[in-house]
Design a protein around this ligand. Sequence first.
Ligand code: AP5
Length: 216
Amino acid sequence: MNILIMGPAGSGKGTMSKFIKDEYMVAHISTGDMLRENVKNETSLGLIAKGYMESGKLVPDELINEMVKERIQQDDCKNGYLMDGFPRTLVQAEAFEEMTNIINKKVDVVIDLKVNIDDLASRITGRRVCKNCGSIYHIVTSPSKVEGVCDVCGSSLVQRKDDTIEQLQVRLAEHKKNTEPVLEYYRKKGLVKEIDASKPTEEVWAQIKQAIETVS
Ligand code: AP5
């Protein structure tokens, strides 16, 4: 199964990716996580990406496409992939179509998470992430057992630098301008399943599972 999960900042892509990956045993490829790893390791890509990410802007297409092209050919994608946060522009979508045609792994379904803006703001400002393993928490809806400590690996929880109301506005504007046309591109191919992602986690997961099962 080859799946794209899309939606604005804070809509639950990372949270739902964990459920999807565990259920369908696909390779979870988050361009946001890959970029943060590059920033942490101060690679040449990370040094360029940092400024864009901290301001909420998209990282240039050619850098993202190169990173994904290399990743999608790795062995763990043989059983299928789950792209989280990619493609975000039409240039990326067209490049991805070429890449997946070559490896014969076309997109089967696009999950589009819909959440209203007020909910996105409280999700983004309340999110905490583990700086070691990346597990995702929320101070109200899914707190860790011990405040500030990851349940999975015991490392500290931190707030992402781009998780402010100001950066959220920029990220939402980027989504509207660049990523809405990508959704339209896949809608024309009949691949998009809209999900009401404002519901509690278990309900969102049930909707996604049902959507994937209609195409598998
Ligand atoms: P990225 O890391 O992809 O950020 P994003 O798209 O803004 O999405 P988020 O990670 O903020 O949110 P999410 O949808 O995963 O929500 P989550 O599950 O954590 O990208 C970061 C940056 O990298 C971009 O701004 C850009 O600069 C760059 N970048 C990445 N990909 C790129 C690309 N392809 N091209 C160019 N640039 C790129 O959930 C959020 C919170 O809500 C959590 O606290 C969670 O616990 C809570 N929550 C989740 N679901 C529910 C629920 N159902 N009910 C209640 N709370 C919930």
